[in-house]
Write a new protein. Structure first.
Lengths: 432, 175
């Protein structure tokens, strides 16, 4: 009997922005299989040209409601690189602390609100509030700590306002850091609860593997989010972040309004699993213990395990944040006044956003006005890899029922935690 | 931790997308009125809609300001409660990450964290496109929005008992 598969997921739910999956097949032959991104470009880079050096971060922090700290840090580092600004150890530690807050906030949002419904067989987190109230309250509590943590370091829950070129506009007090430490210590057991919940459901994650190139920041002896060179699982020697265009090799394809990327192969992957595969040896003890509980090995090529890597990273950033707070308190918080002399130049900033490595490059004229801007986001670096994963996965599951295939394809896309665009969110309502 | 006030005003939106950022523009004006609203917390949630769940938890009343497509003339401001509308987004209840405010409020309600009263002030956009300034239609009405919303939370601040319903009204654009 002939079998026709016609899947048109328009749009994939529980991701950031709009993306479509199209699969058409007859009698086991794939006729069309595409990961499509139809979002209109936002032209943020054009918006930056002509702006002064200190206007860049307040603008780019609004590119995304979830990755606003990462965009802020990448931009600030790029401006400082262009203008030869060197910041203090205290500033770097506080920035890293704030960046960890975003990792916790974003990962808990993705695993708890977006992936957990797949594992529990429901369409969104809302019904889980009734069926699994304790689990949802735990997820909410972790996400809330991430929000409060962001507010303390960034001055706002999202779109940070305290960060400055050269330092901070407002520093947290030592008392506030002690309160944060208490809050994070209380978060550790909640993360263990979340990890146990996902572990109990991990059997629902498809056992699919495809040999993949993974790309992330690397730094000897560290699991870096804020500093480092560009590492790849395909080559031994990392590349300086100033060469990021030769890594991403961005290009356009007819099936997507977003750019795609490739390095040593047709595609590469960034994000939590990429970081894990490059840096797992440098995880802190509790995060290592969590990884062992899941049996996640360095070198795993199952994209569905990205969500597990996010849980492990959540534990790691809380562990490391507790150490950083102790280091800051031991040294004492010292007042600093950021000072910058604008000058012509070009600079690059690279950080690990929750979804993967993020690059910003800016050039400035003598007055410190931006003459060119290039923002290379992690989701664009993952698009080609999502397509390649789909092409490898579908032949393995083509004999299954259409609804099951559809769910597995949607789960695959969601595992990448794509952030196609969250720059608009307005209400669209009818009165009843 | 900082003591929470009974009433919170939350501004939503993205100021890089013209009128989509109206909630932030109005909130910033409210925040700039030094001394007038000291008993009220003001929170800029930007485009992080899930932050609303945390911002309103433990409050008696939440007032949310947001851009809203309501099939009204551009510039119209309407006051409504979540139960008075239904989302007409293409994915209204399936995607939290898409940022549906009504879904976030429902989650808050189901978790038992919902304030006694939630009021939304929706403002009909004229333009949603890349750009960091409001359309002239909305820009010219900022003072009106400010007074409309301020009168809501000043009346709420004098409400004696938690859970007391506020009189329903709709505020359209002035002639």
């Amino acid at each position: 009997m002939s079998k026709t598969i016609d899947i048109n997921v328009h749009h994939v739910t529980r991701i950031e922005g709009h993306g479509n999956i199209v699969l058409k097949a007859s009698d086991g032959t794939i006729e069309k299989l595409e990961w499509q991104v139809p979002e209109a470009p936002r032209f943020f880079e054009a918006m930056l040209r002509g702006r002064l050096w200190d206007e860049i971060q307040p603008i780019v922090c609004r590119i995304c409601g979830i990755c606003s700290m990462s965009h802020s840090l990448a931009a600030i580092k790029a401006v400082e690189d262009a203008m030869g600004v060197v910041v203090s150890d205290q500033t770097n530690k506080l920035r890293i602390l704030g960046h960890y807050a975003e990792q916790l906030e974003s990962h808990s949002l993705h695993v708890g609100y977006l992936v957990a419904p797949d594992l529990l067989g429901v369409k969104s987190v809302v019904p889980l509030a009734s069926s699994h109230p304790d689990a949802v309250k735990t997820i909410i509590a972790i996400h809330r700590v991430g929000n409060q943590w962001m507010e303390l370091i960034g001055g706002r829950m999202t779109h940070p306002v305290s960060l400055r070129i050269g330092g901070f506009g407002k520093l947290p007090t030592e008392h506030e850091l002690r309160e944060l430490k208490n809050s994070l210590e209380e978060t550790v057991p909640k993360l263990e609860v979340l990890a146990d919940l996902v572990l109990s459901l991990a059997g629902n994650l498809p056992a699919f593997e495809r040999d993949t190139e993974y790309v992330a920041l690397v730094q000897p002896g560290k699991y870096p989010f804020y500093d480092g060179d560009i590492g790849s699982t395909d080559v031994a020697d990392p590349v300086d972040v100033h060469e990021f265009e030769s890594v991403a090799n961005e290009y356009v394809t007819p099936q997507s309004t977003a750019k795609w990327a490739k390095w040593h192969r047709d595609s590469y992957a960034v994000g939590s699993l990429a970081r894990y595969n490059l840096n797992a040896d440098n995880l802190l003890p509790l995060a290592t213990k969590t990884a062992k509980a899941f049996g996640l090995e360095k070198g795993c090529c199952n994209p569905y395990m990205n969500s597990v890597a996010q849980i492990i990273e959540s534990v790691h950033v809380v562990e490391r944040a507790l150490q950083l707070i102790d280091e800051l308190l031991t040294a004492g918080i010292k007042p600093e006044v950021p000072h910058v002399e604008p000058r012509a130049g070009m600079g690059v900033g690279a950080v690990e956003a929750p979804r993967g490595i993020l690059f910003h490059r800016y050039a400035f004229d003598d007055d410190g006005r931006c003459t060119s801007a290039n923002v290379c986001i992690p989701t664009n670096q993952n698009h080609a890899n999502i397509q390649k994963d789909l092409e490898a996965l579908v032949p393995q599951i083509i004999d299954r029922e259409q609804d099951e295939i559809r769910l597995m394809l949607e789960m695959l896309v969601r595992a990448y935690d794509p952030c196609v665009s969250c720059s608009t969110h307005y209400l669209d309502v009818a009165f009843v | 931790m900082q003591q929470l006030n009974d009433i919170v005003v939350v501004g939503l939106g993205n100021t890089l997308m013209t009128d989509e950022g109206i909630g932030i523009h109005v909130l910033c004006l409210l925040m700039s009125e030094s001394g007038r609203h000291d008993h009220i917390d003001m929170v800029e949630a930007g485009s992080s809609v899930m932050s609303v769940v945390h911002s309103i938890a433990g409050r008696r009343k939440a007032i949310i300001i947001d851009c809203a497509r309501m099939s009204e003339p551009a510039g119209t401001i309407r006051r409504f409660t979540p139960s008075e509308v239904e989302s007409t987004k293409s994915l209204p209840h399936l995607s939290l990450h898409e940022g549906d405010l009504l879904t976030a409020l429902r989650l808050s309600r189901d978790l038992g964290e919902h304030p006694d009263e939630v009021v939304i002030f929706g403002i009909q956009p004229e333009t949603i496109a890349p750009g960091d300034s409001l359309s002239s239609t909305l820009q010219e009405r900022l003072d009106y929005y400010l007074e409309t919303i301020a009168s809501e939370f000043h009346s709420a601040s004098h409400t004696p008992a938690p859970g007391t319903a506020q009189p329903h009204f709709e505020s359209h654009i002035p002639d």
